[in-house]
Structures are given as C-alpha cells and as structure tokens.
Write a protein that binds this ligand. Structure first.
Ligand SMILES: Nc1ncnc2c1ncn2[C@@H]1O[C@H](COP(=O)(O)OP(=O)(O)OP(=O)(O)O)[C@@H](O)[C@H]1O
Length: 234
C-alpha cells in the first residue's frame, strides 16, 4: 500500500505578530480520502489552507502537496476554494467559467455548466447580483470542475441552504477522481460527517487528533458532531 501522503504538513508553524496561529501542525492525507478539518473559531483552519494554497508563507515546518512545497507546481494540482468570494462581481457566471477554462488546463467547462444548471444558476447571471449563498455555490462549482489531485475547500457549505447542501455533498462526492484527496473545513459537522473518511481536529494551532470517522464512532460510541461538542466544550 502506498503510504505517501498526497498532502502532508510537518511541524508547520505560522505566526501573526506574537500570535501563533499554527504551532507544529503535522498530518498526512492519503490519496482518495475525504477529510474534515475541524476546530473551533480561531483554531487555524483557514491559515493552514491558505499556506497550502500558496497564499501565505509559513514561519517554520513545511507543507508538501504531491511531494512539493506550495508554489506554481502545486497550484497545478490543487483546487482551492477560499473562505471569501474571489470572483469579480461584474462578471457573469459564463465569464467566470471561461476564466477558469483559460486559467486551468484541468478545468472541465461542460461539467461546470452542468453543475450550475443543477443549482439553477444561469450563464447570464451577474455574480454581483447573486445572493451570498449563490456566490458560494458558484465558486464551489468552479473549484470542483477541475480534475485536481487535491481539493482544499474552506467552509464550502457555510452560507448554503440545507436543500442545496444535500446536492453539494453529492456533487462533491460524485465529481472527482477516486485518486484525488479532498480536505474541507467546516462547522457543519452533522451535515457532512457521513461523507467523511477521516477528521483532523485542530485546537489553538495544533493537531489534537487525526482519526478515521468509523474508528472514532466505534471507540467513543458517539457521532463526530457529539464528540466535537464534548472535546471543545466552552
Ligand atoms: N491576518 C491576521 N492577522 C492577525 N491574526 C490573524 C490573522 N488571520 C488570522 N489570525 C489569527 O490566527 C488565528 C487562526 O485564525 P484562522 O482564521 O486560521 O482560524 P479558523 O480556524 O479558520 O477560524 P474560523 O473557524 O473562525 O474561520 C486566530 O487567532 C486569528 O485571530
């Protein structure tokens, strides 16, 4: 069995001023796994994903994606959904699809248009006129229409209504290669835990635990959601 992680962090540290946002984060994600990155507000999820996407520089340790540190090489194989809207508001949905098609060799415009149609987003809809939740769905469709080796999704379900959430969960699960890995941060654990293979629990910039979801349920007799509430009780 190939134990090389498609996505690894080794002793990763990130400081903002005097604040240690990440303090020795280490984990390994194998190809084909769907992994939840879980932790309370401020635990370092977005910081970790931004470093992995090449948007922030670490102060120590490293991230490896397919064996390489974040850079041009890893951006080719990583499809990243940021925590905020990154598309120009004056663009229409079809323009955004064309932009991604120009930018990413692995982008499938036919798949993107099909997902948008399923979510009732018209090609002519202007991004600035879409609701926040619809903008999020739009961006997720674009992100998931790449044939990447690694998908990094920062809170993909946050503003999305429960009915669309169902579709998105199935879209996420259906629409990428079996060899790819997907890591997503979320607070909506109950909605997503059935889809997850593993979870990585972050607390104050460190990894509390990386564990298989089935193993966690068996060992604790609790759902991931229940376990999370217990571990992070205020
Ligand atoms: N630009 C910044 N400048 C200073 N501190 C920051 C900055 N960005 C994040 N932090 C701090 O780093 C820590 C980790 O933040 P991060 O956004 O990574 O957490 P998170 O787990 O994604 O939180 P949430 O669940 O609320 O989205 C927090 O203490 C946060 O206040």
């Amino acid at each position: 069995m190939n134990e090389t992680g498609i996505y690894e962090a080794r002793g990763l540290c990130k400081r903002y001023g005097r604040k240690m946002a990440l303090n020795g984060v280490t984990f390994s994600v194998q190809p084909g796994k769907l992994v939840g990155l879980l932790g309370p507000n401020g635990s370092g999820k977005t910081t970790l994903l931004k470093i992995s996407a090449g948007l922030l520089t670490a102060n120590g340790g490293m991230v490896l994606i397919d064996g390489n540190e974040p850079g041009i090489c890893t951006k080719r194989v990583t499809s990243y959904l940021p925590d905020r809207m990154a598309l120009a508001t004056e663009m229409r949905a079809a323009d955004a699809v064309s932009l991604y098609a120009d930018f990413y060799a692995d982008f499938d415009a036919v798949k993107a248009h099909a997902m948008l149609a399923d979510l009732h987003i018209e090609a002519q809809d202007r991004i600035g006129a879409m609701s926040k939740g619809t903008q999020e769905k739009m961006q997720l469709c674009l992100t998931m229409s790449r044939a990447a080796k690694l998908y990094l999704l920062d809170e993909p379900l946050g503003g999305v209504d429960p009915a669309a959430r169902e579709y998105i969960l199935h879209t996420i699960l259906r629409n990428y290669s079996e060899d790819a890995a997907l890591v997503l941060s979320t607070h909506l654990i109950g909605d997503i835990e059935k889809a997850l293979d593993e979870v990585i629990f972050l607390k104050e910039g460190t990894v509390l635990q990386q564990v298989g979801v089935d193993a966690l349920r068996e060992e604790t007799g609790r759902s991931v959601d229940e376990y999370f509430r217990e571990v992070y009780k205020c």
